[in-house]
Design a protein around this ligand. Sequence first.
Ligand SMILES: Cc1ncc(COP(=O)(O)O)c(C=O)c1O
Length: 387
Amino acid sequence: MHSDKLGLDTLAIHAGQEPDPTHAAVMQPIVMASTFAQAEPGKPKLFEYSRSGNPTRQALESCLAALEGGTHGFAFASGSAATLTLLHTLKPGDHIVSGDDVYGGTFRLFDKVLKPMGVNTTFVDLRQPERLESAITPQTRLVWMETPTNPMLKLFDIEAIAARCKTHGIPLAVDNTFASPVIQQPLKLGAAIVVHSTTKYINGHSDVVGGALITSDDAIAERVGFYQNAIGGVPSPFDCYMVLRGIKTLPVRMRHQAQSAEILARRLEGRKGVKTVHYPGLESHPDHALAKRQMRLPGAMVSVDLAANVDQAKRFLSALRIFTLAESLGGVESLAEHPAIMTHASIPKETRDAIGIGDGLVRLSVGLEDVEDLWADLEGAFAAAAL
Ligand SMILES: Cc1ncc(COP(=O)(O)O)c(C=O)c1O
């Protein structure tokens, strides 16, 4: 299949998935075998051992590579396993520059896992791409960022930052979890590596924890492939099947969820009890012009700064009936959470305050429910919090 000629809706359903040659089954078989028979010693047919490679995982990896416009895809047991496998390609003394607003667990990997191993990270607000230069040292071996960021939904200019990274010979890795390839394909904008928590939009049904890494750089792929096998943070064949199944509806889900998110963001913006709505699709968003240039859709995540103290924010969240109060995002069901108490608790309070993750900040992941039901649910929560 020549994936560069096909649209994303087609790739989501077919890429990496040919009917099974034995039974002509239309859906990818789940090959649970941990090992594969060899005709003679040291001569495996296609696969040898399922940590090193597995047919169901290979189908998922090919599909993910096609969706991101890359040539090599790697699937992992979680987004964190994907991130850490990439970070393991660094060595003591190396340095990372990271966007200043990253998923709390990624911050924890930089701060609590990599730092003790001698790899330091400098966090920079990359909304001014020229700030990258002041953070780069002769030891910098990786630039990492999320865009939109989690939870402030700031945007970083992938093309501009990738161009600067290229002049320094440093690979740029973009965590594309919040956007998904339906919204933006960082490799096409010059990034060297894309990372996903497939737990989120890619799988989309809140029933798998998984991760992915995609690149078109053969040297990076060789190292990541080595570490994927050596470390072994790989997903089960069943989980690979589930993610492949979820991907088939990714473009449709993403479009519908983004449409509902925009409706809710616009209503929230004008409402009493709301200080700021962070949503790239709003004209008031500081990076709105970049959103129009870089993103095909403004996404389905909305962060809302309520004019609330922490107790009111808790009451607001506890009163929701259709939005589920839970960590994570990107599923068909709407979720709401309090970043300072939940997803970003591992970030020190001073850092949280500097980024803007305050007591009144609530993050919404808008799902596929009827948007009027979602709005009524939010109105009920405003009433319960006396906002
Ligand atoms: C942007 C982002 N990247 C990475 C991760 C980590 O993924 P996982 O939970 O699958 O390990 C998350 C999890 O919430 C995330 O939101």
